[in-house]
Design a binder for this molecule. Structure first.
Ligand code: ADP
Ligand code: MG
Length: 303
């Protein structure tokens, strides 16, 4: 059985409490995240996503409720928040705004150096982090972070958190403000961090298209509450509710549902473009008089 790494219970958080500008951002949020999950937290702007994830590593303190990391109540007396923040790494929205050193390597080295690691251990951590995010050390270590592409800058920022060797990686809107190519680049990287490097990942997003493909679980927030929590396919079945809270479902899910409504015998629970192609291809090939290579008796010959 997989073990719980982060658990929050009955969390409430109000900004500027006791002032006329008070704003309740979390209302009784209870959630647990198991080791190895890739969870997406999704909700429109202002629904409380960033506030919630900043409780996961103790950057924000709840007004009431509890936060457990590896079973330990992090607000209990005597707990070192420094250790919690090392274990639960948080990559902020627009992380490139926090790049400030003159070279990529020294930027990534910032946190491990602050942790008091010796020079050679810092160097090892930097090299390992760059390898994990696919930034070639020889090519990038001495370059200025400011002359990199948008996707590369985000990789540097992610590497800066990975260099602390966290157990859980939280990414707050990692594709915000990027063009489609940069988005693909960063999303592919996040998927590899999970699939190949075994990180437990919490991905905050407001885009269904981004998360549908590879999150194992979607947690939907609205007005400081969790309103849905489950596998993407189950969440997308609640299309009307999702539309009502300003989220909707992936375009391809809507398209396939529309085709099914018009009497074509397609599945109605398609959530990715890949699945749609699988469902549509036989009909398209039949209509065009072609057959798929693999559907013919000699399909495999020559490969
Ligand atoms: P999301 O990340 O989903 O966009 P946030 O957690 O940032 O949502 O915000 C939740 C609510 O709390 C919003 O109403 C927002 O305006 C408010 N809020 C967020 N940060 C602050 C802050 N530092 N001071 C006051 N209000 C804030
Ligand atoms: Mg946010």
């Amino acid at each position: 059985m997989s073990s719980t790494v982060i658990e929050v219970r009955d969390l409430c958080h109000t900004y500027m409490r006791g002032t006329p500008l008070a704003r309740q951002a979390l209302r009784d949020v209870t959630l647990s995240i198991a080791e190895g999950e890739l969870v997406a937290i999704i909700g429109r702007t202002g629904s409380g996503k960033s506030t919630l994830v900043q409780h996961f590593n103790g950057l924000l303190k709840p007004d009431s409720g509890h936060v457990f990391v590896d079973g330990q109540d992090i607000w209990q007396k005597g707990v070192a928040l420094r250790d919690v923040r090392r274990k639960v790494g948080l990559v902020f929205q627009y992380p490139e705004h926090q790049l400030f050193e003159e070279s990529v390597a020294s930027d990534i080295a910032f946190a491990p150096r602050n942790m008091g690691l010796a020079d050679n251990a810092v160097d090892d951590a930097v090299r390992e982090a760059m390898r994990i995010v696919d930034l070639n050390y020889e090519e990038f270590a001495e370059r200025s972070p400011f002359e990199l592409s948008g996707g590369q800058k985000r990789r540097v920022a992610i590497a800066g958190v990975i260099a602390m060797r966290p157990k859980v990686l939280i990414l707050d809107e990692p594709t915000a403000g990027m063009d489609p190519r940069g988005r693909e680049d960063v999303l592919g990287e996040i998927q590899a961090l999970h699939d190949e490097h075994g990180y437990t990942i919490v991905l905050v997003s407001h885009s269904m298209e981004d998360v549908a493909r590879f999150a194992n679980r979607l947690v939907v927030m609205e007005d400081g509450r969790i309103v849905m929590d489950g596998p993407p396919r189950n969440v997308f079945e609640r299309r009307d509710e999702l539309v009502e809270i300003g989220l909707g479902v992936p375009q391809v899910t809507d398209l396939m549902a529309e085709l099914a409504r018009r009497g074509y015998g397609f599945p109605t629970d398609v959530i990715t473009v890949g699945e749609a192609s699988e469902a549509l291809l036989p009909s398209l090939l039949a209509a065009s008089g072609l057959a798929r290579e693999s559907d013919t008796p000699c399909g495999g010959v020559g490969r």
